[in-house]
Design a protein around this ligand. Sequence first.
Ligand SMILES: Nc1nc2c([nH]c(=O)n2[C@H]2C[C@H](O)[C@@H](COP(=O)(O)OP(=O)(O)OP(=O)(O)O)O2)c(=O)[nH]1
Length: 128
Amino acid sequence: MKRIEVVAAIICRNNKYFACQRGYGEFKDFWEFPGGKIEPGESREEALKREIREELDLSICLDSFLTTVEYDYPNFHLTMHCFLCSIDSQDPIIKEHENARWLLKEQLHSVQWLPADIKVVETLRGSV
Ligand SMILES: Nc1nc2c([nH]c(=O)n2[C@H]2C[C@H](O)[C@@H](COP(=O)(O)OP(=O)(O)OP(=O)(O)O)O2)c(=O)[nH]1
């Protein structure tokens, strides 16, 4: 099976987490953490900073590693490394998604996450 390796940013500010809604492709309308595929030669950190710059016109600070999710989609195996990230007072500008929201921990279940993200959301909800 095809494998893809992705990095995702769990951006937290004022106790809220930044969730994005995909605007195209096979997962259109599902919610995800911003990020994307690691390109050849990139470190995880470089890939994540690049993706967030491209998707949200934002500079992030990677604060800590949260978890790596392994998930089998019908057409590929996903490995997704998730990092807790912070930003300064800048606001994200949505360049590639159709919608985005800041969600409190207890609101994380209010959107329809991509299947691979359910475990990440559970991890977040269980964390202090
Ligand atoms: N960025 C991101 N991708 C996720 C999450 N959960 C999840 O299953 N994925 C999957 C969806 C995509 O198949 C893949 C991310 O790749 P990507 O963001 O480059 O998406 P894409 O294939 O639409 O991009 P592209 O090749 O068209 O540029 O990982 C998540 O929380 N964030």
